[in-house]
Every structure is written in structure tokens, then in C-alpha cells.
Design a protein around this ligand. Sequence first.
Ligand code: MN
Ligand code: MN
Length: 468
Amino acid sequence: MENTNRSPGEELAAKLLEEPKNAGLIMSDEEIAAADGFCEDYKKFLNAAKTEREACTEAIKRAKAAGFTEYDPTADYKAGDKFYFCNREKSVILTVMGKKPLAEGIRLAAAHIDSPRLDLKQHPLYEDRELALFKTHYYGGIKKYQWTTIPMSLHGVIVKANGEKVSVAIGEDEGDPVFCVTDLLIHLASEQMKRTLAEGVKGEELNLLIGSRPFKDDKVSKKVKLNIMSILNEKYGITEHDFVSAELEIVPAFKARDLGFDRSMVGGYGQDDRVCSYPALQAILDCEAPEHTCMTILTDKEETGSDGNTGLNSSYLPYFIDDLAAKQGAKGHNVISKSLCLSADVNAAEDPTFADVTETRNASKLNYGVVITKYTGARGKSGTSDASAEFVGRIRKMMNDGGVIWQTGELGKVDAGGGGTVAQYIANLDMDVIDVGVPVLSMHAPFEVTAKLDTYMAYKAFSVFFKD
Ligand code: MN
Ligand code: MN
């Protein structure tokens, strides 16, 4: 009901001025319950998918259950058909064919499933002072000190000398052992404490403690190392040489949890960018008989700049679209030029404790909905796709018409730092693209924080987009 007691100034302000509101004040109780329910399964996804390979496998498992079949290059697809294309077990494209020809463009949601972590080096295993350790090389941008003295698990694959591939996942089950990077006790850290925060723990100090008991035989040296190798040989059939053809990733071993007395948030590892991957995945799985062909791509290597054959700087996406286009007698580049993309990646939420790095009028906030980020980048908008006013206008209308609660965001204050997403690589293909994602606190930390209402609004945003 209109408030008839408003003064002329209040009337005018209500009409002309913008006043953002917390989604918790706007959403109905039913919708808030739906958002909480949505995030129950989201936490399961986080726990099941700690690496890009596991996220890819989990996405395909869910896709198959939703009626998707593996992409067949020789098949002719018709409207409503659902299929997935898996790229080297680390990225996946899920497609639902639309009623309109591909030449009228695709609706693409692009999220990434790789997250910051510690990778094992090629020769990782060593013994020092009768302790066994793994040498690591961190992946993506991390504050190294955050990765010490927390329980870690080990995930990945090892390809043996005979070509056989073994999968590894240890440290997740209750009964599993875990690992950790040690740090110096404060009593003896007077020199270390003089280092800068960036140097507090150095890259070559991120060594993972994995064992301490010797193999009982005085004739051999490095008995602890031998004992570890003996356990690994028994469990996985590997020798030390096999690490050279392995991809082993060390990630936090803890599970995703509700955060806060009100359970309004989720805390967990790898939410950049699974908090967008999960809604983009669920939206394509729920997509039925769309007008335009819809796709969700869950890609790898975003955290290291999208280079490599599983990252979006490679050609696997345009090649795939080219293949589909050819089936309809269209040209891939024409399809791409007509397509629209939501680059589904997280934004830095304003943190009350570190509010000096954000400019509050333009920073995203927890619980203010999904974030539409026109541009990211650093140093004068370098390294970004700056979405056009026309495209922002189109997406804004789409979100408003679809009842999506959204906000705008930027990656911190001007010249405070910055960052990028896959948007620029997709834009460089000649597609209209804008970043649409979830605000995160403690981004790239072992335990990142998101708000449930925002995650649900991301799902709604991708669903509305697929109905366009
Ligand atoms: Mn990201
Ligand atoms: Mn990131």
C-alpha cells in the first residue's frame, strides 16, 4: 500500500533515488527457505568436488542423472536434447539444445572449477631430520601463511610407468589421516616475525609433513622416506619415479559448514568459484526446452590466467561451438558473435574489518544479491572486458523481469589492487559478456565465506538467463 503521508521530498526521493536493500528484507520466508535448502546440496557439492577433476566428475555424474548424454560428434541434435562434452577430465561443457537455430546465438554461463591450492613438485618426496615431507608449488594467488597448520588432504592422479592411472583422495574420510604444513613456534619466531606478511612463510617453506616412523632396517638410510614409499607402493602400486607423471593437489581437509548463529552463510574451501559453478550447473541441469541453445561451461586454469588446453584462453570452447554449428550448416564464428555470456565468477565482498580497500558505494556486500560486475582489471581497467552499456542494460532488465535480487560490484578501490576473470577471453572471441557472480569474504583463503541468499540468487540469475 502506498504511504499517503509522504512529504513531496520523500515521494521524489522514492521515485528518483536508489536505495539498495538487504535481500533478507526483500525475500519472502518461502524463498529464504528455498535458498537455505539450495545451499544444503551446495555444501555436498563442495565436499565432493575439491579439485577441478573431482568437480568435473561430479558435474558429469549429476548431468547423467538429469538425462544428459556424452557428446557424440556424429549425432544430429534437436531441440531439447541434453549432452555434455568433457575436456581432459578437467573441464566440461553442458549443453541443452534450443528451439531456435544456433545461428541466433547461444546463452552461455562460464564458471571455473579450479581453486588455489598446493601442488606437489615433480620430485616431491624427501626426508629431513627423520621426518618425511613433500615439496610443493602453490597454484593460484595465495597468502602463504594461511596455508600452514591446518589439516590438508591429497587429491589427484598418478600415471605409472606402464601407463596405468591411479586416482588418489586421502584425508577426507573421518578415518583417513591428514597432512599439514608446519609453522614456527612463536617462542622462536623473533626473526620470522620481522619478515613482511608476504614473506612470512615463503614458497619453499610450504613443505607438507607426511610421516615420521622409520622402516626397521639399519642397513638403509632415509628409513622414514622408505617407509612412506613402502606404504604408497602397497596402497597405489607406485614407486618414487611415478611422481614425475602425477598431478597431486593438496587442499584443506575440512568440510563446508554453515557459518553464523543464524546459519546464513557457508564457510568452506574452494568457493571461488564453486559458489558460481554450482548454481550454473544446477541451472543447466534444470533447463528444459529453451528458446536459445544454453550452455554451462565449467573450466579449469582460471586461477593461473586461463592458459593451457583446459583453460578458457585455449580454443576448446570455440572448437566445440564450431562443431555444433557445422551440424546446422552454420559457421562457428557467426554463432559466437550472436551469443551472450554470463561470466560466473566471484566478487570481493566488503569486509567491515578491512573496509579501507573497498569504495563502499561500488563494493558488493554479502546478502545484497548476485553481483553484476561491469569490469574488473587493475591499473586503469587493464586486463578486463568492460561490458557495454547496452549489454548491461539488457542483463539488468532480464534480472529485474525475472525477480533476481542483484547488486553491482568492483574488485576493490581504484589502484588498491585488482584481478580478472574469464570474461576477457570470452569477449575476445567476439561475444557479449559480463561478470555475474557471488560476493565472497576471505577470497582465496583455505576457508572462504559466502551468504546463502546470494548463492541462490546466482542460481536464479542463470535460470532466468537460460529462459531468454
Ligand atoms: Mn574466480
Ligand atoms: Mn580466484
